[in-house]
Write a protein that binds this ligand. Structure first.
Ligand code: AMP
Length: 218
């Protein structure tokens, strides 16, 4: 089963992808995570992507499609969850090619629908444990003991440099202009489903699980 989680920044794609990975043995392929790793490593791709990401704009289609292609050649477990990819029509077409070349296909595109103003609040408050990556939020999910990660006991936390209000607005504008318009491409195949992303993490998860339990479509 290969699925795309689609939705603006902060819609909960990463949270749900991590849960599906842990519970179902699927593999989360997040181009945002891959690019952040490249920036951290100071690789040629990272050097190119850094300023673009900090501005909230989109990295080139060729770079992200190549990153996905490399990962599809590796271990794909019980299936792949595309998180933050594709983000443009060119990427959607590149993905079709990458999958068909490997004898795979897309089963579902799940759009997480959200309220944009609420998203700005969600994103600007979020941070993660610097050690294990567990996600937290200033208002919605604080560690139970102050400054101590519930998951690993770490004491150091970090915020993404692009999680500030200005950059978030650019990222949303990019989503509206370039990513939302690819939905009809998948709607034609009858594989799009929508889930209300404004409910709790658990209810969004239950709705996604319900969709994945239905017979494959397309
Ligand atoms: P994300 O973690 O998915 O919110 O991505 C963070 C940033 O990485 C985005 O704002 C873009 O600058 C870049 N990025 C991630 N995925 C893509 C993609 N599929 N196409 C272009 N840029 C991307």
């Amino acid at each position: 089963m290969n699925i795309i989680l689609l939705g603006p920044p902060g819609a909960g794609k990463g949270t749900q992808a991590q849960r599906l990975e842990a519970e179902r043995g699927m593999v989360q392929l997040s181009t945002g995570d891959m690019l952040r790793a490249a920036v951290k490593a100071g690789s040629p791709i990272g050097l190119k992507a850094k300023a673009v990401m900090e501005a909230g704009e989109l990295v080139s289609d060729a770079i992200v499609s190549a990153l996905i292609g490399e990962r599809l050649d590796g271990e794909c477990g019980a299936g792949v969850i595309f998180d933050g990819f594709p983000r443009t029509q060119a990427q959607a077409e590149a993905l079709d090619l990458l999958l068909s070349e490997r004898g795979r296909k897309l089963d579902r595109v799940i759009e997480l629908t959200v309220d944009e103003q609420a998203l700005v609040d969600r994103i600007t408050g979020r941070y993660t444990c610097a050690n294990c990556g567990e996600g937290y939020h200033d208002r919605f999910k604080r560690p139970s003991a102050a400054d101590t990660c519930d998951n690993c006991g770490g004491h150091s936390f970090k915020r993404r440099p692009d999680d500030n209000a200005d950059t978030v607005r650019t990222r949303m504008a990019e989503y509206r202009a370039k990513t939302a318009p690819i939905l009809p491409y998948y709607e034609e195949r009858g594989i799009v489903a929508r889930v209300d992303g404004m409910t709790s993490i658990e209810s969004v998860g239950a709705a996604i699980d319900g969709l994945l339990a239905e017979p494959a479509v397309g």
